[in-house]
Design a protein around this ligand. Structure first.
Ligand SMILES: [Zn+2]
Length: 238
C-alpha cells in the first residue's frame, strides 16, 4: 500500500502539472493576438501620419489653384471697372473684388496652417518611423519567444503525459478506476493532508481517522468530498 500511495501522490502532481501546462498553452493564442494587434496599431499610426503629409500637400495644391483662379477673376474685374457705366455697377464690382480679396486672404491663412502642420509632422516623422520600427521589432521578438515557449510547453506536456501513463500503469485496476471516477467528479482525485485537514475540501479529520491515515496501510477516502487522502510526512522524507 505504501508504494501505491506514493504513486497516487506522483500521478496527482503530474495531473496538476498537466492542467497548469494545458491552461498556459491555451492562453498563448490570445497573447499572440494581443501583440499582433499592438503591431498593427503601431503601423496604422505611422501610416496615418504619412498619409496626412500627402494629404496636406494635395490640399495645399488645390488651395494654390483656388488662389490663382481668384486672382484671374480679380484681374478681369479690375478691367471691368474701366468699362462700367453706372455707379451701381461700379459698386457691385468693388464688392465682388473685396469679397475675392478676403477669400484669398482666408485661403492663404489656411495654407500657412497647412505648412505649419506639415513642418511639424516632417520634424516628427523620422523619429516616429524609427520608434515604430523598434517597437515592432520588440513586439515581434516577444511573439517569437512565446511561439518558442509554446513548442517547449507542448513537448513538456507530452513528457508529463508519458510520465503519468507510466506511473498510472503501475496501479491495480480497481484503484485506476477509482482514481478516474473521483477525478471526473472532483477534478482531482488525491489530496494530501495538512494540519489534520483534507486539502481538497478543508474538512477536519477526526484524530482516529488521522491516525489511520498516518499508518498508510489502506486506501482511505475523505468522508466529506470522497477524494483519496494520503498522509505524507515530507519533513521526514526530505
Ligand atoms: Zn475532502
Amino acid at each position: 500500500m505504501e508504494d501505491i500511495l506514493d504513486i497516487l501522490i506522483t500521478i496527482q502532481k503530474l495531473d496538476d502539472e498537466r492542467n497548469d501546462t494545458t491552461s498556459e498553452i491555451e492562453s498563448i493564442p490570445a497573447k499572440i493576438e494581443h501583440l499582433e494587434k499592438e503591431i498593427m496599431e503601431a503601423n496604422t499610426a505611422l501610416n496615418e501620419k504619412t498619409t496626412r503629409i500627402q494629404e496636406i500637400r494635395k490640399i495645399y495644391k488645390i488651395k494654390e489653384g483656388d488662389i490663382a483662379e481668384n486672382e484671374n477673376k480679380l484681374a478681369k474685374l479690375n478691367n471691368q471697372t474701366f468699362a462700367v457705366k453706372t455707379n451701381e455697377e461700379y459698386r457691385a464690382i468693388l464688392n465682388e473684388i473685396d469679397f475675392l480679396k478676403k477669400e484669398n486672404k482666408k485661403i492663404e491663412d489656411e495654407m500657412i496652417n497647412l505648412l505649419e502642420e506639415e513642418e511639424q509632422l516632417m520634424n516628427l516623422i523620422e523619429k516616429f518611423k524609427s520608434e515604430t520600427k523598434d517597437f515592432i521589432s520588440k513586439k515581434s521578438g516577444e511573439i517569437d519567444n512565446i511561439k518558442r515557449h509554446n513548442e517547449e510547453l507542448i513537448e513538456y506536456l507530452a513528457k508529463l503525459k508519458a510520465d503519468f501513463d507510466t506511473n498510472f500503469g503501475k496501479l491495480p485496476n480497481d484503484i485506476k478506476e477509482q482514481y478516474n471516477r473521483i477525478k471526473e467528479v472532483r477534478g482531482n482525485a488525491v489530496c494530501l493532508i495538512h494540519d489534520e485537514t483534507c486539502t481538497g475540501c478543508f474538512a477536519n479529520l477526526t484524530p482516529q481517522f488521522f491516525n489511520e491515515l498516518k499508518k498508510r496501510s489502506e486506501l482511505l477516502l475523505c468522508g466529506s468530498c470522497g477524494r483519496i487522502l494520503v498522509y505524507a510526512d515530507f519533513d521526514k522524507k526530505n
